[in-house]
Design a protein around this ligand. Sequence first.
Ligand code: NAD
Length: 508
Amino acid sequence: MSEHLTTVAGVAVDTRHFIGGERIAATETFTDVSPIDGTPLGEIARGTGTDAAAAVAAAKAAFPGWAATPRAERARLLEAVADGVEKRLEELAVVETHDNGALLRSHRRGVMPRVAHNFRFFADRLRTLGHEDFETCGHTQHVSWDPAGPCVLITPWNAPLLLATWKAAPALAAGGTVILKPSEWSPLTASLLADIATAAGLPPGVLNVVQGYGPEVGAPLVAHPEVRRVSFTGSVPTGRRIAASAAAHLTPLSLELGGKSPLLVFADADLELAVDLAVEQYDNAGQVCLAATRILVEEPVAAEFGRRLAERAARLRQGDPRDAATDLGPLVHPRQLEKVDGFVRRALAAGARAVVGGHAAGGQPAGGHPAGGRADGRDPGDGRGAAREGGLYYPPTLLTDVAQDSEIVQEEVFGPVLTLQTFTTEDEAVHLANDTRFGLAATLATGDHERARRVTAQLVAGTVWVNCFYVRDLRAPFGGSRHSGVGREGGDWSFDFYCDLKTTVTAP
Ligand code: NAD
């Protein structure tokens, strides 16, 4: 096996950059480690400014040809990529689970089929993407969506390929060329995507993948004057840096950032459904931007709701994400475990009460790959909630007695940590729901449609779910308000972002 290839669960992955249709080795590498058990997965190219410049040059060179490719042909090629994803679905699922620790069954059933769907959806949409004509005093006004140029796409680790293709599919459909920079904590499936795109027949330079750390290779990509779009999904602090850097060349940008979304449970709700919705927030070990981690319950049902939720949360099975019976896998990285544990420790010190969880497994919160057992010596029972040897496990946690202005209520934890607060009036519920700097999503549980309409109208959120969670249609706009983001992608909004709109006025 070459030094540039690694094998993960039997799947060969090239660890170099992919630039201009070729694999490019880096002078330095970094080690990618599995969060499941600390196994090294490979030595990954550690990109630099030189690699960033080479990738932009390749994307720029490929742009005129790709932009001029007839839409029907671009759509056909994107569908071939979707076919390739489906053909290698099992490999993609297995590799991503080893890389970021998310559940294998979710990757198989939900995530990877959605990756293929991202390509099919935007290929299909491209076929119907129109032009619009208006008449003004006999003059025709013709609106067209023109390809814009090289697009830099920077993505996080919590849903690596899903988020990468949610951006790459419309950017490519729109006639743009792409430089994808995946997270250094989950670099592998982006490399497989490059292989799939090549096999599908995408011309060299149309899709490029550069690996490495954000400040070392992401920052020079964003700052590059030839880049015509930057689409970023990640944290608020990085989003702010990217926005400041893109401002130098007025590069249009789309930011999909963090959240601290509420779940509002009204007394008229189907309580079992409300508990189901709350339990869903532990999915992906809470590492979901949209997660409704602040649970706000109307006073009369709060005790019963809290009791049922605590019971369900305590029963969630934590362990190896490859095991079909597992509900919660590990956190992605020792730094993430340290961060989550720090949030909970400070919340407990400030007076919060842990109804469930609240301790890093093995009592070794920070930095280590803890062994099983519990800090408080309590028996984790029949294995549920117990950590596995070597993994980065944090138990599902439910905190009460939290103040609205406390850190645990105001800041994104990005782990399996929910807070429970109560309210007595609808106005108070809306006030609490809106009282953070975020505005990504909100979920309501109520049996009263009129109330749902009233409350929804007052919520600051890019997406509101009523009596459901995480149901998404790619035709709808997606994004966040306030510090949760800038702009919207999805459906034709993606084409609006990745294209330059042009109005041509022709005299009679
Ligand atoms: P992060 O901001 O640390 O990193 C995200 C990406 O940015 C990585 O690829 C990283 O290498 C790169 N990066 C870091 N510094 C950079 C710089 N200076 N210039 C260019 N690129 C740079 O975020 P993360 O920890 O990987 O992801 C978790 C965050 O992502 C959470 O806040 C979560 O809410 C958010 N997120 C948002 C959405 C959404 O759709 N709104 C979806 C998923 C995750």
